[in-house]
Design a protein around this ligand. Sequence first.
Ligand SMILES: [Zn+2]
Length: 317
Amino acid sequence: MAWNMQMGELQATYVTEDEIWGKMNYFFFSAKTTTTYKYGFFKALLENLYVTTDEGCISFDHLFYDFSKIYWNLVIHHKLWQSNAKNQRSSIQRILEETQEKYSIPCDWRFDRLPEPVQQQVVSAVKREGKKYVIGAFYGDTDGVFYSFHLKEERLAMSLPVLQFMKKYQRLLLNLTNYQLAKFLEKYNVDCTKLLTHVEQVSQRASLEEFRRLLEASVGATCFYCGKTSRKTLHVDHFIPWDYVQSDKLWNFVLACPTCNTKKSNYVPTETQLAALYLQNEKVQQLVRMDYFYGYSEQQLRELYDFATTNGYKVWA
Ligand SMILES: [Zn+2]
């Protein structure tokens, strides 16, 4: 299978877990890797597992927003060299470095701090390269059983058994990806310390302010858990812990007073709180841009909740 194909059909509609592990093993341990593209792309896929349509479609724009964010944070924020050739930057690394230079963006800025028009420029340039070098390559490495795609129509539809598999083993797959990515980077960034920590934090945003504004405007400045109006600033809390979802979706955010937020920590909230979040989301959804709720349904949130607990997260007592 060629990396530069324009479209690819799904090669099997049914695959067993063992077969999928086989493809994963090949991807992690045997596939030819000259840049970190495929790891960045797989991390972006993992961030979008719960924003698919019923047919398993993931939006190209969302996927490449997350890919750009991950890559920006690797290349600019952490200054990590991304290819196995010392004198040849990968094309995406070049795009990001040129953008940084053009707009004199400070090195320590994370992607979400860039002005929105600049973010959009980056995402569309990265998407162009991703369409050339990443989607077909990952499709080939996994023998066409993970997704079907069509570049011109910007369509990517996950295989439903693979989507379930990725949800079921999300935590393991993320840790494996981070480990392999750090291992690759270590070879070409010999002076970097705390490499694995950088890689683990690469999806993190500089600020959740945008989400606070939206929530305060639509549900008011009260703590989701205890109902108190706090005079101190409310925290923006990932309902299903960040540590697990590694993704920032408005429908997974609540406002929490510092006390509740600290107590909740890495726990998954209770069933009653889950029901309350369904109601909050119903309300918020009517007041914000549609894009914030792309792919959201109560069923997806329910599934995320259940998989978080099977992935080892304890319910908040
Ligand atoms: Zn509270």
